[in-house]
Every structure is written in structure tokens, then in C-alpha cells.
Design a binder for this molecule. Structure first.
Ligand code: SAH
Length: 251
């Protein structure tokens, strides 16, 4: 899979994407990432990419010309047409199902904003506008890294044999169950006994309950679309009630 990012600070991508799992996936040819400096598509001496907003107001906006030129030019660098993603707090919130959808693409191009954002006309180039969440960043680079990271770990072979992206948070609409490693007792805190019992059926049942309980307490909004049996749903509701009960006592 090929990624291209257009940015005014193209140097920020390399160290993160070159390390650890993503670095190995890159050297094994699972994905390639090309960062391009937007200023290459400017034509003045100062390599200007921003200007003041019409109508007044604070800050500077990214001008449309370099962005249109860069997107068109970089699109030609490969035979596959890129799926073009812009970033904005006004975009569609990024989530795991979006990552899964993007993992089927041959090629993705990110256009990273800076300053106060972009001239609205550039969004005509976008196949999709993505938001990382309800907060404002100084630029789209972290968003591009986040999307790349979440997508690449879904690509076949990216995680290696020892890890799997099948059985984790959001894969079945729930948060992941609680996990433990050695030592079995740490500072008086013991690992749930069932996990050391060797009874795989019991472990599976405990993990399912743990996932439902955690989702009920931490992210009850996810329960609406989670795939639960009626008994599991009753268990989730009971977990919420019991938690509210203890919260009352603590007050
Ligand atoms: N003035 C804009 C924010 C601009 S922030 C507004 O109020 O909506 C500058 C750039 O950072 C944006 O163009 C975008 O590329 C990036 N950015 C900021 N917050 C983001 C978020 N929550 N998700 C994705 N990208 C974001």
C-alpha cells in the first residue's frame, strides 16, 4: 500500500514511521510512505503557502493554488489513483471501522493543514475529510500519522505472527478485556484465578464478561451497536447499575 502526505513540515513523519512495527512493515514492503513539501509547489521567492482570510479575522489560511497543484502533481507519481484525505475538526470522526475501510485501498494521499486551516475550495479535491476528535491540533500531520498507524497494523503481515488485530478493542464492537502478564501477584494484586487455571473455555467466558463489563462502565455508548445476546445485555445493564450503586455510596 502506498501513502503520500503533503505537508509544510514533511520531515516529521520519518522517525515515527521508521521505528518498531511500522519500520519493520516498511522494510518488508508492506507499505511505503512518501512525504512531500507543499512549498515545492509555490512560485514566489518566499515560497508562500498562506494568506489572510477574506472578511478579516485572526491568523492565516492555506491558499488553494499550491494545494491544487501539489495534489494533482503527486497523484501522477504512481499508476494508482490516490484516495485523497484532508483533515479538519469539521471532518468525520475517525474510528476503527474507518481504518478497516481504508485498509482496502491501494493508495492514500493525505493533505495536512496548518495555521488557521485552509481555503474552503480545496475540499473539492477531497474524497473524505477526517477529524481525529473534538479538539484542535496545530496541524494535520499527527492525524496523518494516526490514520497511517491504524491502517497499516490491519494490513496482512504487518504485525507479524506473534500479534493479531482480530481480537482487540472495537473488533467486535466492544472494548478489549483486561489482560495480565507475570508476576501472578504484584504488590498484593493478584491476577484473576481463572486465567492461570488452564481451562480455556473458562478463560474465554471470563474474557467475554470482562469485555462487556468494561464497555458498560467506560463506554456505554458502544453497547448500542455491540453484538450481545439478551443475557449479555442484561449483564451489561446490571454492571452499570452496580457501578452507579457504588458511586452513590462513595459520595
Ligand atoms: N480553524 C480550524 C482549525 C485549524 S487547525 C477550525 O477551527 O476548525 C490547523 C490544521 O490542523 C487543520 O487544517 C487540520 O489539518 C489540522 N487539525 C486540527 N485539528 C484537527 C482534528 N481534530 N482532526 C484532524 N485534523 C486536525
Amino acid at each position: 500500500m502506498r501513502f503520500d502526505a503533503i505537508s509544510v513540515i514533511p520531515e516529521v513523519f520519518e522517525s515515527y514511521l521508521g521505528a518498531s512495527i511500522l519500520g519493520r512493515a516498511q522494510s518488508r514492503g508492506i507499505f511505503e510512505f512518501h512525504a512531500h513539501d507543499l512549498r515545492e509547489w509555490t512560485h514566489d521567492r518566499h515560497r508562500t503557502v498562506d494568506d489572510a482570510p477574506f472578511g478579516g479575522g485572526q491568523g492565516m489560511l492555506m491558499m488553494p493554488e499550491p494545494i491544487f497543484e501539489a495534489v494533482r502533481c503527486v497523484s501522477e507519481y504512481d499508476q494508482h489513483k490516490p484516495y485523497v484525505i484532508f483533515f479538519s475538526p469539521c471532518g468525520r470522526p475517525f474510528d476503527q471501522s474507518c481504518a478497516e475501510r481504508l485498509a482496502h485501498m491501494d493508495r492514500i494521499m493525505f493533505v495536512c493543514g496548518r495555521y488557521e486551516g485552509m481555503d474552503e475550495r480545496v475540499y473539492n479535491l477531497a474524497d473524505e475529510v477526517i477529524s481525529l476528535g473534538d479538539y484542535v491540533l496545530t496541524g494535520g500531520e499527527l492525524a496523518a500519522l494516526t490514520v497511517t498507524d491504524a491502517v497499516v497494523r490491519l494490513l496482512p503481515g504487518a504485525l507479524g505472527d506473534s500479534m493479531s488485530s482480530v481480537d482487540e478493542s472495537f473488533s467486535d464492537g466492544l472494548l478489549e478485556y483486561a489482560q495480565y502478564t507475570r508476576p501472578a501477584v504484584f504488590e498484593g494484586m493478584a491476577v484473576p484465578e481463572v486465567l492461570t487455571s488452564g481451562d480455556h473455555g473458562a478463560v474465554d467466558r471470563w474474557r467475554r464478561k470482562s469485555a462487556i463489563e468494561r464497555t458498560a462502565l467506560m463506554r456505554p455508548d458502544l453497547l448500542q451497536t455491540a453484538d450481545l445476546t439478551p443475557a449479555e445485555r442484561a449483564f451489561a445493564e446490571q454492571a452499570i447499575e452496580e457501578h452507579e450503586g457504588t458511586a452513590e455510596v462513595q459520595k
